[in-house]
Ligand binder design. Sequence first.
Ligand code: SF4
Ligand code: SF4
Length: 354
Amino acid sequence: MPTIRIDDKAIDVPDGATVLDAARQVGIEIPTLCFLDGQSPLTTCMVCLVKLAGTDRFVPACGTVAVDGQAYESETPEVHAMRREALELLLGDHLGDCEAPCRLAHPHYLDIPRMIRHIAADEPGRAAAIARAAPPGEPGETAPPFERACRRGRRDEPVAIDALLRFAASRDADAAGADAMRDHRPFSVIMGGLDEQELEAFAEAAPDAGKQPRVEPAGKLYTLDEARREAGRCLHCDCRTPVSCRLRHWAERYGADPRTFRKKHHGFRLHDEHASLVFEPGKCIACGLCVQIARESGNGVGMTFEGRGFAVRVKPPFAAGMDETLDDEAVARRCAEACPTAALVMRDHGEERE
Ligand code: SF4
Ligand code: SF4
């Protein structure tokens, strides 16, 4: 049974165990994105780096077998800086908004998209809990900044956020709106402006929003039916996996700055042809988990790598559509659950902060 050291801890591990196994055994938290229990290590993301003590070598903890007598550094500023850089490299190429433009433009960063979804789902009490978390604005003649920031406004007319806020705040709240408001700007990768074609592709992910015209309230406040129809116009610009996205989780934890290695916008695309899942290549970090899972399951034509080095991408092979690649529902679900970002998401996946 080999014994290794990580920082100041001596750890006995079974033969064949990795440095990551050893760290987990004693509660040392090492970040991972491309590693999944039960799958062979891929060592593509490089966020689990540890330093071999007494050398200049950094190695991925998930793919390094523990050798008796060796010592590793994990919780040092130097190792943390290397992990942060690995995260920033991934964030620099990540095309997607963690938080919607409307939320980022609100003075208290109110979770407007979540409030709107509750209205659309006929849950006015839950919408009220969010709307009441922030001081209400005065009704004005010009739309407030958070409404002017609405992405839908670039397509036709912005969602009537201010009127929806007043509608929600007028209802009885079910409970306190968890994490509804912040006193500091929430962490977010920012996708930036989309051209007309990209905006249409983006709107396809929210098919119900369609081309409905903006609903004006007949009275002073929306009725529930009016509010629900207007809420249905929202494009759901915030991330579909706000809680489970491991890239965001570790980026926040390590203080990674998404702007450090920001690359030129490379075009928003959405693969919407699969009956059960959607694939957003811009959010893919090419970890390879879906490629490995699909290959091992023998399902469809699977997913594949294209290109090399920093230009590598994961995509359906040849000219195949996503409906041909992961056509087995169970395999598609496993891939979506394994995906460390919101690149692969099941259509029935509903995830909110509360
Ligand atoms: S479409 Fe919805 S989520 Fe997007 S900015 Fe407008 S209100 Fe916010
Ligand atoms: S789509 Fe596949 S390769 Fe890309 S991040 Fe998700 S699991 Fe990894």
